[in-house]
Design a protein around this ligand. Structure first.
Ligand code: ADP
Length: 250
């Protein structure tokens, strides 16, 4: 039996408010993200990208439709079960890093594991390994304000991936970084996907979306277009525009 995909949205809609004032933030969205896949979500401001990410991450519930995380329907879970699934399976990366200023890098990364009941020593060990994976072993005891933006985002990425979490949800993760550092972070997200994670990346930056296997375009809450998966790894380094400009083959 093949493993269920890390993320599946089926017929997901989300409406805020009621009556004439109701806002349909998402309309009948179907989206499956398989292991190893990096999907970029693009669309104008207010099109529903953040809502999609919040619902995928079980931070918000859909009005209708169903979300499956590794085959488990979220609607069938109670509050606590859902929180546990979120801690164990889903990692988040935000534009502003969201690290706790009073904790060192390694403590920030260990925290989700400790919240999940992992003993402090084991959590610290796993956190140290995650940090080393991202090339920051020597900054384990640094506090966030002693790190550069790129280093902070790498810590946040380690925190999102520690404990073998398989679904990475990233909201403009390079928005606060210069382009070279942003590219480094994208490279690490790609590497996480190569080791089996699935990632959803919300971005308005076409350069960054070019790192994705697929780009999903959202408008007025609906998916209006999806690019086909790119043919090979080398194309990940090619801006997508160049692909599209090529004439169709015979
Ligand atoms: P994006 O991330 O693409 O900018 P959002 O998902 O934030 O879009 O928003 C989609 C639509 O839903 C917008 O019209 C926004 O105003 C509305 N919306 C988002 N969150 C809420 C909320 N908590 N209450 C009411 N309306 C909301």
């Amino acid at each position: 039996m093949t493993a269920p995909p890390p993320l599946e949205l089926r017929g997901v809609s989300r409406t805020y408010g009621e009556g004439a004032a109701a806002v349909r933030a998402l309309v009948d969205v179907d989206l499956t993200v398989t292991a190893g896949e990096l999907v970029a979500v693009m669309g104008p401001s207010g099109s529903g990208k953040s809502t999609l990410l919040s619902i995928a991450g079980s931070l918000e519930e859909p009005s209708t439709g169903e979300v499956f995380i590794e085959g488990t329907a979220l609607s069938g879970l109670g509050r606590n079960e859902r929180a546990r699934l979120r801690r164990r399976h889903i990692g988040y990366v935000f534009q502003d890093f969201n690290l706790l200023a009073g904790l060192t890098a390694v403590e920030n990364i260990a925290m989700p594991l400790e919240l999940d009941g992992v003993k402090s020593r084991a959590a610290r060990r796993a956190a140290g390994l995650a940090l080393a994976d991202l090339g920051l072993a020597d900054r384990a005891d640094s506090f966030p304000d002693e790190l550069s933006g790129g280093q902070r985002q790498r810590v946040a990425l380690a925190r999102a991936l520690v404990g073998d979490r398989r679904l990475l949800l990233a909201d403009e993760p390079t928005g606060a970084l210069d382009s070279r550092t942003g590219e480094e972070v994208m490279r690490l997200i790609r590497a996480a996907c190569r080791s089996g994670a699935a990632a959803v990346l919300v971005t308005h930056d076409a350069q960054l979306a070019a790192w994705a296997d697929r780009v999903v375009f959202v408008r007025d809450g609906a998916i209006v277009d999806t690019t086909a998966p790119l043919p090979g790894p080398e194309s990940l380094l090619t801006p997508r525009g160049t692909d599209l400009d090529e004439p169709e083959g015979p």
